[in-house]
Design a protein around this ligand. Structure first.
Ligand SMILES: Cc1ncc(COP(=O)(O)O)c(C=O)c1O
Length: 357
């Protein structure tokens, strides 16, 4: 049984660097920006199966009925855990995109799933290969797992493709789990959640990536009411209750999202322009301009990504995420989430390191 995530362990223990190009979530928001007062928090409240104001805020945010919302402390990570725990059983067949966010893979393995993969390849611009997916589905398939936006590439799955995936799942009486945490970083341009496309869809997300609010660990699952209720009951044997101060602060944060969106957009737009100029100047990287999302995933055409990573951390106080965590050892992931001056300097340093390897 797999009992660890190699990526998460690396992310938590990697060298801390000043010019960090590895961040996939918007720079953490300083607490003062919440404008919270002591009366905004409390230790205890009525939150048996979700704190009502938070459930209401999330139902409005996702435009779904409140009985479709399961709130979860522990971010999208715990949301994915609970969603999978409710949707599959030991030995079930689970189809997961390749490449993907490694903890999703580790999670399915931890649950004892029979994991199969379908392609979302660089050659196909990270679109879901629907033929490959169709050919992998069997009567034993219980779950299809996707990230949208895609981690690492930020590729968007459009609604037509999602509908097609929903049909493929339905023929096998399987469900589709879509980790939508990066859709939050599209702000008002984000398409609606996949949960609107049919009862076979389960969507997970959090306030982590788009708003700099990872510290709240405010996650959620959107699912059809019966499955959502099964998740709430299952959570009784996991975490039982959420930390109430975090729930109260999450409600406060959600009432101020427009302010945090303005901050996040300004960071992303500035850094995206710097990164796209940088890509134009490099012949040793294969990548298209990034237009959406917080990350991009260039291919290194000369040298080794591991050497690049070592040089960046040891000489240049900078970091990228090596593609080996995404089963793509010649790629690396850049996140556009750092403070813009530091991001700009990080990109200059990346250029020097690339020249050196
Ligand atoms: C696809 C994906 N899902 C979930 C997470 C974890 O999110 P959270 O901080 O909300 O647990 C990440 C973080 O990198 C991610 O990339």
């Amino acid at each position: 049984m797999n009992t660890q995530s190699t990526y998460m362990h690396w992310a938590k223990t990697r060298a801390r660097v000043k010019y960090d190009l590895a961040l996939s979530g918007i720079l953490n928001l300083p607490f003062a920006e919440l404008d919270a007062t002591i009366s905004d928090i409390d230790l205890n409240g009525d939150n048996s199966y979700g704190y009502d104001p938070l459930v209401d805020a999330l139902a409005t945010h996702a435009d779904v009925p409140r009985d479709c919302v399961v709130t979860i402390s522990g971010g999208t990570s715990m949301a994915n855990h609970l969603a999978m725990a409710a949707a599959i059983e030991h030995g079930d067949e689970v189809l997961i995109e390749q490449p993907t966010y490694e903890p999703l893979l580790a999670l399915a393995q931890y649950f004892g799933a029979n994991v199969k993969r379908f392609a979302r390849s660089a050659e196909n611009n990270y679109r879901v290969d629907l033929d490959d997916l169709t050919s992998q589905v069997t009567s034993r398939t219980r779950l299809i797992v996707l990230t949208n936006l895609h981690n690492p590439s930020s590729g968007l799955i459009d609604e037509d493709a999602l509908r097609r995936i929903g049909e493929i799942a339905q023929t096998a009486r399987a469900r589709v789990l879509v980790d939508e945490v990066y859709l939050e970083a599209m702000f008002e341009a984000a398409p609606r959640s996949s949960v609107h496309l049919g009862p076979q869809f389960i969507a997970t997300s959090s306030l982590t990536k788009g708003y700099g609010l990872s510290g709240l660990r405010c996650g959620w699952i959107l699912a059809e009411p019966e499955l959502a209720q099964r998740m709430r009951l299952l959570h009784d044997i996991f975490g039982a209750l959420a930390p109430h101060p975090a729930e109260r602060l999450s409600v406060l944060a959600m009432s101020k999202l427009p302010k945090f969106i303005a901050r996040a957009k300004s960071i992303l737009e500035t850094n995206r322009a710097v990164l796209n100029d940088f890509y134009d100047s490099r012949e040793d990287l294969k990548i298209e301009h990034t237009r959406i999302g917080t990350t991009s995933f260039p291919e290194l055409m000369r040298g080794k990504v591991n050497d690049l990573y070592t040089l960046l951390t040891e000489k240049y106080e900078s970091a990228i995420v090596p593609g080996r965590f995404f089963e793509s050892p010649q790629h690396f992931r850049i996140g556009m989430c750092a403070e813009p001056e530091l991001f700009n300097e990080g990109v200059q340093r990346l250029a020097k390191a690339l020249d050196e390897i």
